[in-house]
Unconditional design. Structure first.
Length: 378
């Protein structure tokens, strides 16, 4: 940890020139378990950002914590330095399910952590939950939501379980009958959306619900195609139309920073077409959706092909038009990958109509997206 800390501090100092033109209005310490890293080290990093960049006093500053590793002492250090938002990795209120997925905490520790967080003056608390866990029933999920609502967080993220290749859970549960079916997972998602809305948590993104003015300002930067800088192994950055990320290996990152070696892993310059596609993909993750005027400003192209599809989606109950903005319904969010794919496909075909020489290669290399029909549509 000390070697990693020095590498991070050096990286922040070297990035001062990149940060100079910006006012920093959000900081997010995450991508792992910062609460294991310790409040003192996080405070040191935060102060390094204050020296290197123009961090606003009103900035949203989030630290991810796990219930088993967050301490009252560290919370006090973070609060004193200006951290004002905590994201707590709860996942479930069922202790048996927590053991199944390899979590070190139990729900009693969650309750204690929330009490400590509130006692130290944090008025912006987010919790992460997962549905679709092995052996999880709809009743389990409803119980978790109820017990979390009793704790009164300001923001709730609900993520469907996705087995990632190379992880212990992937090896243990791939194609396992103990995983809830797609239909059961969809029911859990729709139940969460309906329940949280009833209790005053507005859905502002596919997986995120919040009280008024408690939306994650930091995550909104990704969805709004804003600029952001990342620090650490595997961290991504996007400045203007340039996107890059650093090596994933912790050792390679530390060695690279200490020895002045290149730590870039990927680097690309995004075309206007790339940015337009991202506007559609990221914009439709949000409840406020997208509109033709914004799209034209980015893409300088006709919105009509996508608007015609949106009207079809509206008839199926997947999309809605509100104040000139198209967005997905809760059912549409469940199908968002497929629906967004078909929208981008329609726009690509429209562009190809002005470039006849590209039509045949496109037909040969692109498999058409099939939209759900009949009982699959709902």
């Amino acid at each position: 940890m000390p070697r990693y800390q020095q590498a991070l501090l050096q990286h922040i100092e070297e990035a001062a020139g990149v940060m100079a033109p910006y006012y920093v209005d959000t900081l997010y310490f995450g991508g792992g378990t910062p609460s294991y890293y310790g409040g003192k080290r996080i405070a040191e990093l935060f102060n390094a950002f204050k020296r290197a960049g123009k961090v606003l006093k009103s900035a949203e500053v989030t630290v991810e914590c796990n219930p088993d590793s967050v301490t009252r002492h560290d919370l006090g250090i973070l609060a004193e330095e200006g951290v004002n938002r905590i994201s707590l990795g709860v996942q479930s209120a069922n202790d048996d399910l927590l053991k199944i997925i390899g979590r070190r905490h139990n729900f009693t520790q969650v309750v204690n952590a929330v009490q400590d967080i509130r006692s130290e003056g944090f008025d912006n608390l987010s919790v992460d939950l997962i549905y679709g866990l092995p052996n999880q029933t709809k009743r389990d999920w409803a119980d978790t939501l109820g017990r979390i609502l009793d704790l009164g967080p300001d923001h709730i993220s609900c993520y469907g379980l996705k087995l990632e290749e190379g992880t212990p859970m992937y090896n243990a549960y791939r194609n396992s009958p103990v995983l809830p079916s797609d239909d059961d997972q969809a029911d859990m998602y729709l139940f969460a959306a309906e329940t949280l809305e009833h209790y005053g948590y507005a859905q502002y993104e596919i997986s995120n619900f919040a009280h008024k003015e408690k939306e994650s300002r930091h995550n909104m930067k990704y969805w709004d195609l804003d600029d952001y800088l990342g620090f650490g192994p595997g961290a991504h950055s996007c400045i203007g139309n340039t996107r890059y990320c650093f090596v994933r290996s912790l050792q390679a990152y530390i060695t690279g920073m200490n020895g002045g070696k290149d730590i870039l892993d990927e680097y690309e310059v995004l075309s206007p077409l790339d940015r337009a596609a991202e506007y559609v993909m990221l914009g439709l993750r949000r409840a406020k959706g997208i509109c033709k005027e914004e799209y034209y400003d980015i893409y300088k192209s006709d919105f009509t092909p996508m608007e015609e599809l949106f009207k079809e989606f509206q008839q199926d109950g997947w999309a809605k038009l509100t104040d000139g903005r198209w967005s997905f319904t809760s059912t549409g969010f469940l199908l968002s990958n497929t629906l967004i794919g078909s929208l981008l496909e329609a726009q690509a075909e429209y562009k190809l109509s002005g470039n006849p020489w590209m039509k045949e290669p496109y037909k040969l290399n692109v498999e058409k997206i099939q939209l759900p029909t009949g009982s699959d549509a709902h």
